[in-house]
Design a protein around this ligand. Structure first.
Ligand code: CDT
Length: 321
């Protein structure tokens, strides 16, 4: 028995067909406060149809793709605040997006604000779903790393109130079987934390969908827009490389309600290299053929986690944390 078989990596069959997933990263331009679901779903559907015309298998939309990024504002009217959350997925006009995707036989991942009704009462999460080609939900993720603050900061030009409007996600970092491979999701600030990618890599993830809403300027920090753009790609490229996985990072871009949002939507190969990238600040699709088998050299080589990782020697680090 070879070392690879011992670690549970099956040998590659000689008749193996490459597992290619044609992915569309569907960047959105700004969504105004006044824009309703109907209008937003029209934009999402136009991108979906464009992706279908390009024979894509999967469309990846940004974080909170159905509304303006409301955590940038103090929302004092409870009815307005409630209007930003989905009480079911799908509901209302969003049903049409699911129906169109099923008609076109195209899968998608979609970020949204979730209001879950539980026996303990209402719970709010910053969530995403992975939807199959039949329009059925394959899996859900709830954002774990919520940036920002709970207090209103009147001196700031805009707020960052995710900690006020959402709970920390309670689903961990699940990985789902799809396209003959393993897919995972994470959301925006999650991309800056190595644990996000590593926890999914330990479950064999081969493609991660990742939507983001990132201002070019953060009132709480001193970084320049150039540094913020650099860090945006740095963390996603490192996450892809160190975990031998595709990463599809999708922005909400442009000036949204006066806040300048970063673009930089891209598809990153398991080598850490950017394969395609958007050029505009608006609704824009970029497409790449993501070969899931391209994860294998890393997963069987340098980043064979079972063979080369040394968790038994990380004890001191854990105690110090
Ligand atoms: N949405 C989100 O998580 N955004 C954070 C930036 C907040 S700074 C005001 C991010 O890490 O991109």
């Amino acid at each position: 028995m070879s070392a690879l078989e011992y670690l549970g990596n099956p040998p590659i069959a000689s008749d193996h067909q490459p597992r290619i997933v044609r992915v569309a990263a569907a960047q959105l331009g700004p969504i105004a406060k006044q824009e309703n679901r109907e209008q937003v779903v029209k934009r999402l559907t136009a991108l979906l149809q464009q992706a279908a015309a390009e024979r894509c298998d999967l469309v990846v939309y940004p974080e909170m793709a159905l509304t303006t990024f409301f955590p940038h504002w103090e929302v004092s009217d409870p009815a307005e605040l409630e209007s930003y959350y989905e009480k079911a997925m799908p509901e209302g006009p969003v049903v049409r997006l699911f129906e169109e995707a099923a008609r076109l036989k195209i899968s998608f991942s979609l970020g949204y604000a979730e209001l879950a009704t539980t026996p303990q009462g209402p719970r709010h999460f910053n969530s995403s779903v992975l939807v199959g080609k039949d329009g059925g939900i394959i899996g859900k993720y709830r954002k774990v790393h919520l940036p920002g603050h709970v207090d209103i900061r009147p001196q700031d030009p805009f707020q960052n109130l995710e900690k006020l409007y959402f709970e920390v996600g309670d689903l961990g970092f699940p990985v789902f079987e799809a396209f003959g491979g393993k897919l995972g999701m994470c959301i925006c600030n999650d991309r800056r934390w190595p644990e996000t990618y590593r926890l999914m890599a330990l479950k064999g993830v081969e493609l991660i969908t990742l939507g983001y809403n990132t201002p070019l300027f953060n009132p709480d920090q001193t970084q320049s827009p150039e540094q913020r753009r650099f860090h945006n790609h740095l963390c996603m490229q490192a996450g892809a490389y160190q975990n031998s996985t595709w990463v599809v990072g999708v922005a909400k871009a442009g000036i949204e309600e006066g806040v300048e949002m970063m673009a930089g939507t891209c598809i990153i190969a398991p080598t850490g290299e950017i394969v395609v990238q958007t050029r505009t600040l608006g609704d824009e699709l970029v497409v790449a053929d993501c070969n899931l088998d391209a994860c294998t050299p890393g997963k069987r080589g340098e980043f064979d986690l079972a063979l080369n990782r040394r968790p038994e020697h990380y004890g001191l680090l854990v105690e110090a944390a």
